[in-house]
Design a binder for this molecule. Structure first.
Ligand code: OGA
Ligand code: NI
Length: 358
Protein backbone atom coordinates (compact mmCIF):
# COMPACT_ATOMS: atom_id res chain seq x y z
CA UNK A 1 0.00 0.00 0.00
CA UNK A 2 1.15 3.54 -0.74
CA UNK A 3 2.70 5.27 2.25
CA UNK A 4 0.06 7.27 4.10
CA UNK A 5 2.53 9.72 5.59
CA UNK A 6 2.38 12.53 3.07
CA UNK A 7 0.61 13.56 -0.11
CA UNK A 8 2.24 12.17 -3.25
CA UNK A 9 2.30 15.58 -4.98
CA UNK A 10 2.31 19.22 -3.89
CA UNK A 11 -1.19 20.32 -2.91
CA UNK A 12 -2.89 22.91 -5.07
CA UNK A 13 -5.86 24.74 -3.57
CA UNK A 14 -8.85 24.73 -5.89
CA UNK A 15 -9.75 28.16 -4.51
CA UNK A 16 -6.42 29.47 -5.91
CA UNK A 17 -7.13 27.98 -9.33
CA UNK A 18 -10.60 29.49 -9.36
CA UNK A 19 -9.35 32.91 -8.26
CA UNK A 20 -6.56 32.92 -10.86
CA UNK A 21 -9.24 33.36 -13.51
CA UNK A 22 -7.92 30.58 -15.76
CA UNK A 23 -10.33 30.06 -18.67
CA UNK A 24 -9.58 26.31 -18.75
CA UNK A 25 -9.04 23.86 -15.93
CA UNK A 26 -5.70 22.06 -15.50
CA UNK A 27 -5.63 18.57 -17.00
CA UNK A 28 -5.53 16.98 -13.55
CA UNK A 29 -9.17 17.94 -13.03
CA UNK A 30 -10.47 16.71 -16.38
CA UNK A 31 -12.50 13.54 -15.89
CA UNK A 32 -12.48 10.78 -18.49
CA UNK A 33 -15.49 11.17 -20.82
CA UNK A 34 -17.50 8.37 -19.16
CA UNK A 35 -17.43 10.18 -15.80
CA UNK A 36 -18.26 13.67 -17.04
CA UNK A 37 -21.55 15.05 -15.79
CA UNK A 38 -23.35 15.64 -19.13
CA UNK A 39 -24.75 18.93 -17.89
CA UNK A 40 -26.63 19.60 -21.10
CA UNK A 41 -28.76 16.51 -20.41
CA UNK A 42 -29.85 17.61 -16.94
CA UNK A 43 -33.52 18.36 -17.19
CA UNK A 44 -35.70 18.72 -14.18
CA UNK A 45 -38.41 16.08 -14.40
CA UNK A 46 -39.60 17.09 -10.96
CA UNK A 47 -37.89 13.98 -9.58
CA UNK A 48 -36.40 14.46 -6.15
CA UNK A 49 -35.40 12.27 -3.24
CA UNK A 50 -38.26 11.80 -0.69
CA UNK A 51 -38.91 14.65 1.76
CA UNK A 52 -40.08 13.46 5.17
CA UNK A 53 -41.64 15.59 7.90
CA UNK A 54 -40.33 14.28 11.23
CA UNK A 55 -42.95 16.19 13.24
CA UNK A 56 -45.20 13.21 12.43
CA UNK A 57 -43.22 11.18 14.98
CA UNK A 58 -44.14 13.51 17.85
CA UNK A 59 -47.55 13.95 19.41
CA UNK A 60 -50.09 11.22 19.90
CA UNK A 61 -51.44 10.57 16.44
CA UNK A 62 -50.50 6.89 16.13
CA UNK A 63 -51.59 6.66 12.54
CA UNK A 64 -49.41 9.61 11.54
CA UNK A 65 -46.50 8.12 13.44
CA UNK A 66 -46.88 4.83 11.56
CA UNK A 67 -47.15 6.59 8.23
CA UNK A 68 -44.00 8.58 8.95
CA UNK A 69 -42.05 5.50 10.05
CA UNK A 70 -43.18 3.80 6.88
CA UNK A 71 -42.06 6.73 4.71
CA UNK A 72 -38.61 6.47 6.28
CA UNK A 73 -38.55 2.71 5.78
CA UNK A 74 -39.43 3.01 2.09
CA UNK A 75 -36.87 5.81 1.61
CA UNK A 76 -34.12 3.71 3.23
CA UNK A 77 -34.90 0.64 1.12
CA UNK A 78 -35.71 2.29 -2.12
CA UNK A 79 -33.49 5.38 -2.27
CA UNK A 80 -30.84 5.22 0.47
CA UNK A 81 -31.32 9.01 0.55
CA UNK A 82 -34.03 11.32 1.86
CA UNK A 83 -34.50 14.82 3.22
CA UNK A 84 -35.91 15.52 6.68
CA UNK A 85 -37.77 18.67 7.72
CA UNK A 86 -39.05 19.64 11.19
CA UNK A 87 -36.12 17.66 12.54
CA UNK A 88 -35.67 19.71 15.70
CA UNK A 89 -32.45 21.53 14.80
CA UNK A 90 -33.06 25.28 14.73
CA UNK A 91 -32.83 26.85 11.28
CA UNK A 92 -30.89 29.80 12.77
CA UNK A 93 -28.19 27.43 14.00
CA UNK A 94 -28.01 25.74 10.59
CA UNK A 95 -27.67 29.11 8.95
CA UNK A 96 -25.01 30.29 11.42
CA UNK A 97 -22.95 27.14 10.95
CA UNK A 98 -23.03 27.44 7.17
CA UNK A 99 -22.15 31.13 7.21
CA UNK A 100 -19.30 30.58 9.70
CA UNK A 101 -17.80 28.00 7.36
CA UNK A 102 -18.37 30.26 4.37
CA UNK A 103 -16.40 33.03 6.09
CA UNK A 104 -13.64 30.57 6.83
CA UNK A 105 -13.38 29.42 3.22
CA UNK A 106 -13.39 33.02 2.03
CA UNK A 107 -10.18 33.73 3.96
CA UNK A 108 -7.10 34.02 1.77
CA UNK A 109 -5.54 30.61 1.10
CA UNK A 110 -2.39 31.58 3.08
CA UNK A 111 -4.41 32.02 6.27
CA UNK A 112 -5.86 28.56 5.95
CA UNK A 113 -2.53 26.89 5.26
CA UNK A 114 -1.82 26.58 9.00
CA UNK A 115 -4.58 23.96 9.06
CA UNK A 116 -3.22 22.02 6.06
CA UNK A 117 -3.96 18.32 6.51
CA UNK A 118 -2.02 15.15 5.78
CA UNK A 119 -3.27 11.70 4.78
CA UNK A 120 -2.28 10.36 8.21
CA UNK A 121 -5.53 11.58 9.80
CA UNK A 122 -7.09 13.80 7.14
CA UNK A 123 -7.87 16.30 9.85
CA UNK A 124 -7.69 19.93 8.72
CA UNK A 125 -7.76 21.83 5.44
CA UNK A 126 -7.49 19.54 2.44
CA UNK A 127 -7.78 19.48 -1.33
CA UNK A 128 -7.61 15.81 -2.24
CA UNK A 129 -8.97 12.48 -1.15
CA UNK A 130 -6.68 9.52 -1.82
CA UNK A 131 -2.91 9.31 -2.17
CA UNK A 132 -2.52 7.75 -5.61
CA UNK A 133 0.10 9.58 -7.60
CA UNK A 134 -1.23 11.09 -10.80
CA UNK A 135 -4.90 10.64 -9.81
CA UNK A 136 -7.49 12.88 -11.45
CA UNK A 137 -8.61 15.30 -8.76
CA UNK A 138 -11.95 16.76 -7.72
CA UNK A 139 -12.84 20.46 -7.91
CA UNK A 140 -13.15 20.93 -4.15
CA UNK A 141 -11.34 22.14 -1.06
CA UNK A 142 -12.56 20.81 2.28
CA UNK A 143 -12.09 20.86 6.02
CA UNK A 144 -12.29 17.68 8.06
CA UNK A 145 -12.58 17.55 11.84
CA UNK A 146 -13.41 15.07 14.58
CA UNK A 147 -16.18 15.55 17.10
CA UNK A 148 -16.64 12.13 18.72
CA UNK A 149 -15.24 10.25 20.54
CA UNK A 150 -14.30 13.09 22.89
CA UNK A 151 -10.72 11.85 22.94
CA UNK A 152 -10.32 12.79 19.26
CA UNK A 153 -11.92 16.20 19.56
CA UNK A 154 -9.23 18.86 19.50
CA UNK A 155 -10.42 22.46 19.35
CA UNK A 156 -6.89 23.53 18.43
CA UNK A 157 -7.32 21.80 15.11
CA UNK A 158 -10.59 23.61 14.43
CA UNK A 159 -10.57 27.02 12.73
CA UNK A 160 -10.18 29.89 15.18
CA UNK A 161 -11.93 32.35 12.90
CA UNK A 162 -14.61 33.74 12.73
CA UNK A 163 -14.49 34.61 16.43
CA UNK A 164 -17.44 32.57 17.69
CA UNK A 165 -16.67 29.74 15.29
CA UNK A 166 -15.88 27.01 17.81
CA UNK A 167 -19.00 27.69 19.88
CA UNK A 168 -21.23 27.56 16.84
CA UNK A 169 -19.69 24.36 15.51
CA UNK A 170 -19.76 22.75 18.96
CA UNK A 171 -23.47 23.50 19.30
CA UNK A 172 -24.23 22.43 15.75
CA UNK A 173 -22.42 19.11 16.14
CA UNK A 174 -24.03 18.39 19.48
CA UNK A 175 -27.48 18.89 17.92
CA UNK A 176 -26.52 16.60 15.04
CA UNK A 177 -25.37 13.86 17.41
CA UNK A 178 -28.84 14.01 18.99
CA UNK A 179 -30.65 13.93 15.67
CA UNK A 180 -28.48 11.03 14.49
CA UNK A 181 -29.30 9.10 17.67
CA UNK A 182 -33.02 9.60 17.00
CA UNK A 183 -32.67 8.43 13.41
CA UNK A 184 -30.65 5.38 14.48
CA UNK A 185 -33.56 4.29 16.71
CA UNK A 186 -36.03 4.73 13.87
CA UNK A 187 -33.87 2.74 11.45
CA UNK A 188 -33.41 0.01 14.05
CA UNK A 189 -37.14 -0.32 14.71
CA UNK A 190 -37.90 -0.22 10.99
CA UNK A 191 -35.49 -3.12 10.48
CA UNK A 192 -37.38 -5.13 13.09
CA UNK A 193 -34.49 -4.87 15.56
CA UNK A 194 -34.62 -3.54 19.12
CA UNK A 195 -34.62 0.26 19.32
CA UNK A 196 -31.03 0.36 20.61
CA UNK A 197 -29.65 -2.32 18.32
CA UNK A 198 -27.90 -0.16 15.73
CA UNK A 199 -26.61 2.30 18.29
CA UNK A 200 -25.17 -0.54 20.39
CA UNK A 201 -23.58 -2.13 17.34
CA UNK A 202 -21.93 1.26 16.73
CA UNK A 203 -20.46 1.26 20.23
CA UNK A 204 -23.23 2.99 22.23
CA UNK A 205 -21.83 6.13 23.82
CA UNK A 206 -18.54 5.59 22.03
CA UNK A 207 -19.74 6.25 18.48
CA UNK A 208 -17.62 8.31 16.16
CA UNK A 209 -18.73 11.57 14.61
CA UNK A 210 -16.83 13.84 12.28
CA UNK A 211 -17.53 16.56 9.79
CA UNK A 212 -16.31 17.29 6.33
CA UNK A 213 -17.13 20.73 5.02
CA UNK A 214 -16.91 20.93 1.26
CA UNK A 215 -16.18 24.14 -0.59
CA UNK A 216 -16.72 23.97 -4.34
CA UNK A 217 -15.37 27.14 -6.00
CA UNK A 218 -16.75 28.32 -9.34
CA UNK A 219 -15.37 26.18 -12.14
CA UNK A 220 -14.75 27.56 -15.65
CA UNK A 221 -15.42 24.16 -17.29
CA UNK A 222 -18.03 22.42 -15.16
CA UNK A 223 -18.85 19.95 -17.94
CA UNK A 224 -15.38 18.39 -17.67
CA UNK A 225 -14.98 18.18 -13.90
CA UNK A 226 -16.69 16.93 -10.75
CA UNK A 227 -16.78 18.59 -7.33
CA UNK A 228 -16.74 15.15 -5.75
CA UNK A 229 -16.43 11.92 -7.70
CA UNK A 230 -18.96 9.16 -7.32
CA UNK A 231 -18.70 7.36 -3.99
CA UNK A 232 -20.77 5.86 -1.22
CA UNK A 233 -20.12 7.12 2.30
CA UNK A 234 -17.96 4.62 4.19
CA UNK A 235 -19.46 5.26 7.65
CA UNK A 236 -22.85 4.71 9.23
CA UNK A 237 -25.13 7.57 8.33
CA UNK A 238 -24.57 11.04 6.89
CA UNK A 239 -26.52 14.22 7.62
CA UNK A 240 -25.75 16.79 4.96
CA UNK A 241 -26.54 20.46 5.16
CA UNK A 242 -26.51 21.57 1.53
CA UNK A 243 -26.14 25.08 0.19
CA UNK A 244 -29.60 26.61 0.18
CA UNK A 245 -28.95 28.67 -2.92
CA UNK A 246 -27.33 26.24 -5.35
CA UNK A 247 -27.85 22.56 -6.06
CA UNK A 248 -25.02 20.19 -6.95
CA UNK A 249 -25.53 16.84 -5.25
CA UNK A 250 -26.58 14.00 -7.54
CA UNK A 251 -27.77 10.59 -6.39
CA UNK A 252 -27.57 7.48 -8.49
CA UNK A 253 -30.90 5.94 -9.38
CA UNK A 254 -30.37 2.92 -11.66
CA UNK A 255 -28.37 4.26 -14.58
CA UNK A 256 -29.49 7.87 -14.03
CA UNK A 257 -28.34 10.68 -11.78
CA UNK A 258 -31.03 12.54 -9.84
CA UNK A 259 -30.08 16.11 -8.90
CA UNK A 260 -31.25 16.77 -5.35
CA UNK A 261 -33.39 19.89 -4.94
CA UNK A 262 -32.82 20.93 -1.33
CA UNK A 263 -35.99 21.65 0.66
CA UNK A 264 -35.87 24.75 2.91
CA UNK A 265 -34.08 24.08 6.22
CA UNK A 266 -33.84 20.37 5.51
CA UNK A 267 -31.05 17.91 6.14
CA UNK A 268 -30.23 15.33 3.51
CA UNK A 269 -29.84 11.95 5.20
CA UNK A 270 -28.10 9.02 3.57
CA UNK A 271 -27.24 5.47 4.50
CA UNK A 272 -23.54 4.67 4.66
CA UNK A 273 -21.72 1.40 3.98
CA UNK A 274 -21.71 0.31 7.64
CA UNK A 275 -25.51 0.34 7.85
CA UNK A 276 -25.62 -1.56 4.58
CA UNK A 277 -23.42 -4.18 6.26
CA UNK A 278 -25.35 -4.27 9.56
CA UNK A 279 -28.70 -4.49 7.76
CA UNK A 280 -27.35 -7.26 5.50
CA UNK A 281 -28.09 -5.00 2.51
CA UNK A 282 -31.77 -4.42 3.33
CA UNK A 283 -30.65 -0.78 3.37
CA UNK A 284 -28.10 0.23 0.78
CA UNK A 285 -25.57 3.01 0.69
CA UNK A 286 -26.16 4.73 -2.61
CA UNK A 287 -23.57 6.26 -4.88
CA UNK A 288 -23.58 10.01 -5.15
CA UNK A 289 -21.42 12.74 -6.64
CA UNK A 290 -21.28 16.52 -6.86
CA UNK A 291 -21.37 18.65 -10.00
CA UNK A 292 -19.92 22.14 -10.13
CA UNK A 293 -20.98 25.36 -11.66
CA UNK A 294 -19.38 28.28 -13.49
CA UNK A 295 -21.65 30.95 -11.97
CA UNK A 296 -21.84 30.02 -8.30
CA UNK A 297 -19.64 28.52 -5.63
CA UNK A 298 -21.22 25.98 -3.29
CA UNK A 299 -20.69 24.94 0.30
CA UNK A 300 -21.99 21.85 2.09
CA UNK A 301 -21.51 20.44 5.58
CA UNK A 302 -21.43 16.67 5.78
CA UNK A 303 -21.78 15.23 9.29
CA UNK A 304 -20.78 11.58 9.51
CA UNK A 305 -22.13 9.36 12.27
CA UNK A 306 -19.86 6.34 12.46
CA UNK A 307 -19.24 3.16 14.41
CA UNK A 308 -16.55 3.16 17.08
CA UNK A 309 -13.49 2.58 14.98
CA UNK A 310 -12.17 -0.69 16.45
CA UNK A 311 -15.38 -2.74 16.66
CA UNK A 312 -15.99 -5.58 14.27
CA UNK A 313 -19.09 -4.91 12.20
CA UNK A 314 -21.11 -7.62 10.51
CA UNK A 315 -24.74 -8.26 9.54
CA UNK A 316 -27.14 -8.38 12.53
CA UNK A 317 -27.84 -12.05 13.30
CA UNK A 318 -31.61 -11.34 13.23
CA UNK A 319 -31.27 -10.37 9.57
CA UNK A 320 -29.29 -13.43 8.55
CA UNK A 321 -31.53 -16.29 7.42
CA UNK A 322 -31.12 -19.40 5.27
CA UNK A 323 -32.67 -17.41 2.43
CA UNK A 324 -30.52 -14.40 3.05
CA UNK A 325 -27.14 -15.53 4.39
CA UNK A 326 -24.65 -12.99 5.72
CA UNK A 327 -23.46 -11.00 2.73
CA UNK A 328 -20.43 -9.40 4.36
CA UNK A 329 -17.35 -10.43 6.25
CA UNK A 330 -16.70 -8.73 9.59
CA UNK A 331 -14.35 -5.76 9.51
CA UNK A 332 -13.57 -2.78 11.73
CA UNK A 333 -14.33 0.73 10.53
CA UNK A 334 -10.66 1.64 10.98
CA UNK A 335 -9.65 -0.98 8.44
CA UNK A 336 -12.56 -0.14 6.21
CA UNK A 337 -11.94 3.56 5.82
CA UNK A 338 -8.31 3.07 4.82
CA UNK A 339 -9.63 2.10 1.41
CA UNK A 340 -11.21 5.46 0.56
CA UNK A 341 -8.38 7.31 2.28
CA UNK A 342 -5.88 5.57 0.04
CA UNK A 343 -7.66 5.26 -3.27
CA UNK A 344 -10.04 8.19 -3.11
CA UNK A 345 -13.70 8.03 -4.11
CA UNK A 346 -14.34 4.88 -6.20
CA UNK A 347 -18.07 4.44 -6.56
CA UNK A 348 -19.31 1.40 -4.61
CA UNK A 349 -16.33 -0.83 -5.23
CA UNK A 350 -15.37 -0.90 -1.58
CA UNK A 351 -18.48 -2.35 0.01
CA UNK A 352 -18.67 -4.78 -2.90
CA UNK A 353 -15.16 -5.95 -2.04
CA UNK A 354 -16.34 -6.85 1.45
CA UNK A 355 -18.81 -9.46 0.11
CA UNK A 356 -18.26 -12.85 1.62
CA UNK A 357 -17.37 -15.53 -0.91
CA UNK A 358 -20.28 -17.92 -1.42
C1 OGA B 1 -19.62 13.95 1.11
C2 OGA B 1 -20.66 14.28 0.10
C3 OGA B 1 -22.09 15.93 -0.93
C4 OGA B 1 -22.20 17.40 -1.14
O1 OGA B 1 -19.00 14.89 1.66
O2 OGA B 1 -19.42 12.73 1.35
O3 OGA B 1 -21.17 13.39 -0.50
O4 OGA B 1 -23.25 17.83 -1.59
N1 OGA B 1 -21.01 15.58 -0.07
O5 OGA B 1 -21.25 18.13 -0.87
NI1 NI C 1 -20.77 11.48 0.36
Amino acid sequence: MTSMQEWPEPIVRVQSLAESGLPVIPERYVKPPSERPKLDLIVDHGVNIPIIDLSGLEGDDDQLRKTTLNQISVACRDWGFFQVVNHGVKPELMHEAREAWRQFFHLPVEEKQVYANSPKTYEGYGSRLGVEKGAILDWCDYFFLHYRPESLKDYNKWPAFPVSFRNIIEEYNSELVKLSGRLMKILSVNLGLGEEHLQNAFGGENVGACMRVNFYPKCPQPDLALGLSSHSDPGGMTLLLPDHSVSGLQVRRGDKWVTVQPAPDAFIVNIGDQIQVLSNAIYKSIEHRVIVNSAKERISIAFFYNPKSDLLLEPASELVTPDQPALYLPMTFNEYRLYIRTRGPQGKSQVESLKSPR
